[in-house]
Structures are given as structure tokens and as C-alpha cells.
Write a protein that binds this ligand. Structure first.
Ligand code: PMP
Length: 341
């Protein structure tokens, strides 16, 4: 019998899926790592698991203990799933602007939600600072320990990708991977995967795909993390500052990608290749396409399909929302005439 002992072991080992249209267009083999197939439907399940297991191993968290985090949603879902499976409670602080689907999912996973107005990081009421203060308050009366997961500063986040995501890519491409590219939320994925891949294959090409206006493009091209408002509707990416997770990270290429370029790619994937994805995947795929064009035909390039499109039905896949943002509307999303039975 082959079975997992809990949902925690079902995280990871996601397949690579060939992105056919952009592979054929560029003459490269471009693969998306299907992170939406994790139990919590995102790449952040891996970070959630690693941060909890390492805290347990250090003795910081005992059964019945509490996990607190500030998150755009996906890390919270990963944390809450693993927490339920291992006997912890979770309190999640989330900006109220995040999609309703993610908030609903967090509640279903057993998390207690604290919604706060969206504020920039420099504001003391930014969700990350609120989460830290709440964790400190809870710690005073919590005998079983409080883990403030702190994904931006917690190197166990990056370790998850060094230990699992990177090795899986090397294994599943039979070592043929020539380049890896993705966007940066905390940078755990980009930094963890690229550290592993460079150790294995020193000449590998590493790229960063940033939503237009976000600071990582500037950081990797000019050395200064400076953001301007690009107005991207993607969620969970677009880091604005240098954190311990990315402070040693160097990339070979960086691209600033407008939504108008990225979104049509995921609408085409939904229509023609059966892949329903979120907005950060769109930025990644557009980045992989640009990288393929820079590198030329014949290369194997991997990117991340970060989360599932169902998480954004009220936004990315909603006609009224797209029109309100003056974004391209895929024709297949227009209402069709009902089939008469
Ligand atoms: N895409 C989505 C939808 C996310 O929620 C996140 C994490 N916030 C990322 C991409 C980026 O992952 P990382 O934190 O590893 O950079």
C-alpha cells in the first residue's frame, strides 16, 4: 500500500507541465511547476510546512500552540493546513484588499482572520507589523508556545525550496534545466531554488519576473530597491525591500512585466491548455517567455505556476472587475448563449 500518513506529506512533488504555446513560439522547452496541485493549492504550502516543522524541532512550538502570521493569503493557507494536521491553532492577519476566495479558504482551513486596511510597509499598521505585535501579545499567555512565522525574515521559508522545489526541478528535467525564473513575494522560492540549482549547475541562468513598477526589477538592474506604482492586480508578489532571504541573491536577468502582457498568456492557457492559474503565474510565464527570447531556441526553462485560478474568480476571471481596471477581457469569458436542451 502506498499512502501518506497525513496531508503534510502530500505537499510537494508537483509535476512539471510543458507550456505548449510559448514553447512552440520560442523554440525552447518551457515548463511550469504545478504548485497549484499542492493540498492548499499554492507554492506556499512548502514554506508553511518547513516553518512549522523547524519550529517544532527547535522546541518553540508544542501541541496546542499558536501560529501567527501576516500574509497575502497563500502562506496562511499553507500554515493553517499543516497546523490543523499537527494540532496547532492559527491567527492570520491579512490586508482586506486580498481576494475573498483566499479569505474564505483561510476560514475553511481553521484560521482565525484579522483583516486590516492595506497600508505600505513603512506604516506601523501594515499587516506584517500588526501580526508581529499580536504574536508578542499572545506569547505572554500561551503556555504551548507562539510561532510568529515571519516569512519575510524566516530562512526556513527559503530552505523549503532549497530542500524540495529545486531538487524536484533538477530530477524531473533529468538535469537538463538551463534556466529558472519566477517573481518575488518573500523571495523564498527564487532564492531557495536558485541557490540549489547553482550548486548543482554553476552556469545555470536565473531570472526575476517582476510586476511592472515593483522594486525587485530595480534592485536587480540598478542595485537599489525602488518601487513605483505599476498598478498590477497580481497578488502575493512585488516585494519592496531587501530582506535576509534575498540579500545574497543575484540574478542574471530581470524583467518588469505589465499585466497587459501577462494576463493574456494565462487566459490562453485556460482556453487552450486546460490550465487555470492566478495572476502571479501570469507574471512568471511572461517572464519565462521573455527569457526564452533572450536566450534563444533550444533551452529548457522552468517557472512556477504559483496558485490556482479558482482563488481569483471574483477578480482575474470576472468580466466586471477586468473592465473596471481597463484590462484585456478574454473572449471566452464573455457570456455565451445557453444551449437549448
Ligand atoms: N505567488 C503567489 C500567489 C503568492 O501568494 C506568493 C507568496 N506570497 C508568491 C507567488 C511568491 O512566493 P515567494 O514568497 O516564495 O516569493
Amino acid at each position: 500500500m502506498t499512502a501518506f500518513s497525513s496531508v503534510v506529506d502530500a505537499i510537494g512533488n508537483t509535476p512539471l507541465i510543458r507550456l505548449n504555446a510559448i514553447s512552440d513560439e520560442t523554440g525552447c522547452e518551457i515548463y511550469g511547476k504545478a504548485e497549484f496541485m499542492n493540498p492548499g493549492q499554492s507554492v506556499k504550502d512548502r514554506a508553511g510546512r518547513q516553518m512549522i516543522l523547524e519550529a517544532e524541532a527547535r522546541g518553540d512550538l508544542k501541541p496546542g500552540g499558536l501560529i501567527v502570521e501576516g500574509t497575502a493569503g497563500n502562506t496562511g493557507i499553507g500554515l493553517a493546513l499543516v497546523a490543523s494536521a499537527r494540532g496547532y491553532r492559527t491567527v492570520i492577519v491579512i490586508p482586506e484588499t486580498q481576494s475573498q476566495e483566499k479569505k474564505d479558504m483561510l476560514r475553511l482551513c481553521g484560521a482565525e482572520l484579522v483583516q486590516v486596511p492595506a497600508k505600505p510597509f513603512k506604516d506601523p499598521n501594515n499587516y506584517q507589523h500588526v501580526a508581529r505585535r499580536l504574536a508578542e501579545q499572545f506569547a505572554e499567555n500561551e503556555p504551548n508556545g507562539v510561532l510568529f512565522a515571519d516569512q519575510w525574515n524566516n530562512l526556513d521559508n527559503r530552505k523549503a525550496h532549497y530542500l524540495t522545489t529545486g531538487p524536484e526541478m533538477m530530477r524531473d528535467t533529468d538535469g537538463k534545466i538551463d534556466a529558472f525564473i519566477c517573481a518575488v513575494g518573500t523571495g523564498g522560492t527564487l532564492a531557495g531554488v536558485s541557490t540549489y540549482l547553482r550548486e548543482q549547475k554553476p552556469g545555470i541562468v536565473i531570472g526575476c519576473a517582476d510586476p511592472l513598477g515593483a522594486a525587485m526589477f530595480k534592485l536587480f538592474t540598478t542595485g537599489e530597491a525602488k518601487a513605483t506604482d505599476g498598478g498590477s492586480i497580481s497578488e502575493g508578489i512585488g516585494l519592496g525591500r531587501v530582506t535576509p532571504i534575498i540579500e545574497d541573491l543575484k540574478t542574471d536577468h530581470a524583467f518588469a512585466i505589465p499585466d497587459e502582457e501577462a494576463l493574456p498568456l494565462i487566459y490562453d492557457l485556460a482556453e487552450n491548455e486546460g490550465l487555470l492559474l492566478g495572476g502571479s503565474s501570469a507574471i512568471n510565464i511572461a517572464g519565462a517567455r521573455r527569457l526564452a527570447k533572450e536566450m534563444g531556441p533550444g533551452h529548457t526553462i522552468v517557472t512556477i505556476l504559483c496558485d490556482h485560478g479558482t482563488r481569483y474568480q471574483s477578480k482575474l476571471y470576472n468580466l466586471d472587475f477586468l473592465r473596471s481596471k481597463n484590462l484585456p477581457v478574454p473572449s471566452w469569458l464573455e457570456p455565451r448563449e445557453a444551449i437549448q436542451a
